[in-house]
Design a protein around this ligand. Structure first.
Ligand SMILES: [Zn+2]
Length: 112
């Protein structure tokens, strides 16, 4: 019984870590050096993303001052690769225009 409890506890701790690692790998493949050197692109768990995001996004959020792009972990794990790539390009658009204008970011994503 104690042995079984140990397995359950081990699984409950290892599953989120696995999901995070998988999200990191997918994100690294999708990013593939697109972002400027020194820019941090990080997968974030649901609770963190909901705290960090601006209210307009369901997928990713870029902090231009902090030079960091937060990508919703659940989205990384479920989005089709082309969709995830478009999202990253959209965030790159914010970096390119150094602005929060959605149309400018979307134009960048559609033309790269
Ligand atoms: Zn945007």
């Amino acid at each position: 019984m104690r042995y079984l409890l140990g397995i359950v506890l081990a699984l409950s701790f290892s599953l989120p870590a696995c999901a995070q690692t998988k999200a990191r790998i997918i994100l690294d493949q999708a990013d593939a050096g697109m972002f400027p050197q020194g820019w941090v692109v990080v997968p974030v768990p649901e609770s963190t993303f909901l705290m960090l995001r601006n209210r307009k996004t369901e997928t990713a959020y870029t902090d231009l001052v902090g030079k960091v792009t937060f990508v919703r972990e659940r989205y990384i794990l479920t989005a089709p690769p082309a969709r995830l790539r478009h999202t990253l390009l959209h965030e790159l658009g914010h970096i390119a225009c150094n602005c929060a204008i959605e149309e400018a970011a979307e134009h960048y994503a559609n033309t790269h």
